[in-house]
Design a protein around this ligand. Structure first.
Ligand SMILES: [Zn+2]
Length: 150
């Protein structure tokens, strides 16, 4: 669809691509603030999950589940947030976001304004920053492996 951000572009760094969907890593500020933040994007332009037939809905949900399991294993987050919004980009995509107690908006949604009490990336301890650098390098390969057998 002309003018649609997710038809015109990938929507992030491609990690896994299949015929009907793709997993992208969210880059930029959001990706740096929330390690492991990914989106599952349906390749064809549809607005809602319920626009898909039953078989394709299952295909989409299985991709979400596989991604969530891989991210949980790689990053051991406090909680997983899985959300479909798309108010500004009405092309079927779900956000899959590992959450950590020291992320900028925990325990609020990632779309909340950072609270003064939450540590910013600038105030991470060296150990936290080191842990994040390690897991950040590792989780992409874990996600790729999780989809390697399907
Ligand atoms: Zn689109």
């Amino acid at each position: 669809m002309p003018g649609c951000e997710l038809c015109d572009g990938d929507g992030g760094e491609l990690i896994v691509v299949r015929e009907k969907w793709r997993v992208v890593r969210v880059s930029g500020t959001d990706g740096a603030a929330y390690p492991g933040y990914c989106r599952v994007v349906w390749n064809e332009h549809v607005r809602e999950l319920t626009d898909l037939n039953a078989a394709d809905r299952q295909v989409f949900m299985e991709a979400l589940f596989t991604l969530e399991i891989a991210l949980r294993g790689a990053l051991r987050p406090e909680k997983m947030n899985v959300a479909s919004l798309g108010n500004l980009t009405p092309h079927l995509h779900w956000h899959v976001i590992p959450r950590f107690r020291d992320d900028p908006t925990f325990p609020k949604p990632v779309w909340a304004i950072s609270t003064p009490s939450a540590p910013s990336l600038d105030t991470l301890t060296e150990k936290q920053a080191g842990d994040r650098a390690y897991t950040d390098a590792k989780w992409v390969s874990v996600v790729k492996r999780a989809f390697a057998t399907d």
